[in-house]
Design a protein around this ligand. Structure first.
Ligand code: CP
Length: 310
């Protein structure tokens, strides 16, 4: 059984395959009758040990649209609160014979740990500062719809790169597809290993925006800070916030993206987040359902007796 722990495990043609598979669900999801029975009889468990709006709901909707039985583990009222370990929790889910498990966890590597213990495909719905592969796939699908090709596309990712699994997965995904990725953050919020990631590093947001085709903004992950020096919200907006004036430094048709949740008025101004045609933020959410449908379909093909994910 092959799951999806990270973009790092995917070849470029596999990324493109998942984007192509998702495209059919984009079309279906725009109809009133959205339900298919492809995964009828399968049980999918969503186990989210960290908060989520978009990812949890879209995994649930994706599973239901494909006809699966979807169960959301209520972590806050589960036996995790009585001290049950992650591995014992994973073994418990495994014994219930789930056909796929989507997991979000606050610790980097927790999803791989569970994937090594269970008998079904495990999908990483975000683990610590490590990866959020379905987010990168939905972002790539959003970009492909608007820009058609990735080769040579200039993508600027700005914000708390250090703590961002979204940044890490997007860097891996977009560079693998041929885009030119620029990352921009205050020095304290840039990972020490960034030079190894095939990106251009900036601390000056205006310079990072020059001729950008896509501008992806990230929030400050205050819940993961461990004493890093960060500017005040007002100063942060001044240095790293995306205003209309600043966006004008990018290409005139540059896309604006944000994985959410947004902190309006800090990393992105409301009039930028709500720009008609240019802001892709609601499109990203829409693509998220299609990508998760594609992942659930493709990753359970082997279990359904179909030709599996190689
Ligand atoms: N983008 C994202 O992962 O959002 P949620 O935390 O709401 O799932």
């Amino acid at each position: 059984h092959r799951g999806l722990v990270g973009i790092a495990g995917l070849a470029p043609h596999e990324i493109m395959f998942l984007l192509d598979e998702a495209q059919q669900w984009v079309e279906l999801n725009r109809h009133a009758q959205k339900r298919r029975d492809l995964l009828s009889g399968l049980t999918i468990i969503n186990a989210f040990f960290e908060n989520s709006t978009r990812t949890l709901l879209s995994f649930e909707i994706a599973g239901k649209r494909l006809g699966a039985d979807v169960v959301n583990m209520a972590v806050a009222t589960s036996s995790v609160k009585k001290g049950e370990t992650l591995i014992d929790t994973a073994m418990t889910l495994n014994s219930m014979r789930a056909d796929a498990i989507a997991i979000r966890h606050g610790s980097s590597g927790a999803v791989q740990l569970i994937a090594d213990k269970v008998d079904c495909p495990v999908i990483n719905a975000g683990d610590g500062q490590h990866e959020h592969p379905t987010q990168a796939l939905l972002d790539a699908l959003t970009i492909r719809q608007a820009k058609r090709a990735f080769n040579g596309l200039r993508v600027t990712i700005c914000g708390d790169i250090l703590h961002s699994r979204v940044a890490r997965s997007n860097i891996l995904c977009l560079t693998s597809l041929g885009a030119e990725v620029r990352v921009c953050a205050p020095p304290a919020l840039m990972p020490a290993d960034i030079e190894r990631m095939n990106v251009q590093v900036f601390h000056d947001f205006d310079a990072a925006l020059r001729n950008a085709d896509v501008v992806m903004m990230l929030r400050l992950q205050l819940e993961r800070m461990q004493g890093q020096f960060i500017p005040s919200p007002r100063e942060y907006r001044h240095l790293y916030g995306l205003s209309l004036e600043r966006l004008a430094k990018a290409e005139s048709n540059a896309l604006v993206m944000h994985p959410g949740p947004m902190n309006r008025g800090i990393e992105i101004d409301s009039n930028v987040a709500d720009l008609v045609d240019r802001s892709m933020i609601t499109t990203q959410v829409e693509m998220g359902v299609a990508i998760r449908m594609a992942c659930l379909d493709v990753l359970t093909r082997k279990a359904r007796g179909l030709e599996g994910w190689a």
